[in-house]
Design a protein around this ligand. Structure first.
Ligand SMILES: [Zn+2]
Length: 410
């Protein structure tokens, strides 16, 4: 199984300068190969990587960068290219790959070799070929049987340095149950963050304090003279406030996605790429879209790790359709109740949507035969338990009784 762990690096000033120099050299290498890509036919990551040794003959700086790191730069360019092509194939309007300016390129990666974790007299250091030893805070252990495959060194806009370890453990993810018992559909929304088919509704995370602090810092920055020492100092403050906001949201989404991946055998959500975000005004649309995307990605990899089925379904009409009889009725956003004119079924708007998402998920993953046995008619929840985002952050889950928690204590 593969996963990433992120650790704080604490380089000396001299080392930090060297790290920044390496990032910038990699950025130039990226731009060099982008230039070639745009002017040469039939290039590939593999064929371009083979040019690196001869490049070193006239580009002296490259001798100071580990060869695997340079190979990864070329790989990154071609990975970006195939992502772009994939999006084009899916009907997105996309431009071409962009030249990277300083500040738009923040990391470099060692793959397979050129790095080592060292522990001398209780202090852990990350040794990097061509760079030296950097103190690192290992706040989370790396299992003994795990193998570190890659090390990415990255500087955040706050100025802080991190090492992201790509770790591989020999154990495969647990097998997915063939007959999932505990299944859940989740409607990710705006007023409530998530509404599920077990009657749990999680409120949206309140980030207004953090947002206010960020805006105050930004206003402060705009009053400083661009490029002055005070401006640079304040720019760091703005980046810190940004990081605070991001971390708080990430923590909330980690805990919520952990809960669903651990608690259930099958989790069904709406496919975000297809989800219409048009109901929302521009600013909150972008913000919600980004947070939903992050939630779904977390949920997907955590489900894989836990051996839980993850299904993303077509979101068309999930709010309009009646979860009980299937008849569609138009419903503007402000109508919070679902009341079916055909069969009389009544439910919260989001609960009804969550049930539709679940039955589509079961059909998609397990076949039509199974969805007929979904207990939609018999088990529709009568109550909704409204949970604050704060409870998720503090307790790590929206419910106080967790199956996994009780399994551990037994
Ligand atoms: Zn109905």
């Amino acid at each position: 199984m593969n996963y990433n762990n992120r650790y704080r690096l604490r380089p000396s000033d001299a080392l930090a300068e060297q790290l920044a120099w390496t990032v910038d050299t990699c950025r130039q290498v990226y731009n060099h190969f982008l230039h070639r890509l745009n002017r040469t036919d039939n290039t590939s990551a593999y064929s371009e990587q083979k040019l690196l040794p001869s490049l070193k003959k006239w580009w002296n700086d490259l001798k100071q960068v580990h060869s695997k790191v340079l190979q990864k730069v070329v790989q990154r360019l071609y990975d970006n290219l195939s992502t772009l092509r994939g999006r084009k194939d899916n009907g997105y309007r996309v431009g071409t790959l962009n030249w990277k300016a300083p500040g738009e390129y923040r990391s470099f990666t060692y793959s397979q070799s050129g790095f080592k974790l060292k522990n001398t007299s209780g202090r852990t250091r990350l040794w990097l070929s061509k760079l030296g030893e950097i103190p690192i805070t290992l706040h989370r252990d790396i299992p003994d049987d795990a193998e570190i495959k890659t090390v990415t060194v990255k500087q955040e806009p706050t100025g802080k340095w991190y090492a992201i370890f790509g770790v591989e453990t020999p154990d495969d993810p647990p097998a997915k149950p063939e007959n999932p018992e505990k299944c859940v559909g989740i409607d990710v929304g705006i007023l409530k963050y998530a509404h599920d088919t077990d009657g749990t509704a999680v409120e949206s995370l309140d980030l207004s304090d953090e947002r206010e602090r960020l805006e105050r810092a930004q206003r402060n920055l705009s009053r400083k003279q661009h490029g002055s020492a005070n401006w640079e100092k304040q720019r760091r403050v703005v980046a810190e406030r940004h990081a605070e906001l991001k971390n708080k949201r990430r923590d909330f989404l980690h805990k919520l996605s952990n809960y669903y991946a651990r608690e259930y055998d099958l989790v069904a959500v709406e496919d975000l790429d297809a989800k219409g975000l048009v109901e929302l005004p521009g600013n909150s649309r972008n913000r919600a879209g980004a947070a939903w995307g992050m939630f779904l990605r977390m949920l997907e990899y955590k489900c894989e790790r836990e051996g839980t089925h993850f299904v993303a379904v077509d979101p068309a009409g999930t709010t309009k359709e009646c979860a009980s009889c299937g008849v569609s009725t138009d419903k503007p956003l402000w109508v919070r109740e679902h009341s079916c004119p055909a069969c009389g079924f009544e439910a919260d708007r989001d609960a009804n949507a969550a049930w539709n998402i679940l039955s589509r998920g079961i059909t998609k993953r397990l076949g039509a035969g199974r969805s007929e046995s979904t207990p939609v008619e018999t088990a529709l929840p009568t109550d909704t338990d409204s949970v604050s985002a704060k409870r998720v952050v503090e307790a790590g889950s929206p419910t106080l009784k967790e199956r996994t928690a009780s399994a551990v204590s037994e």
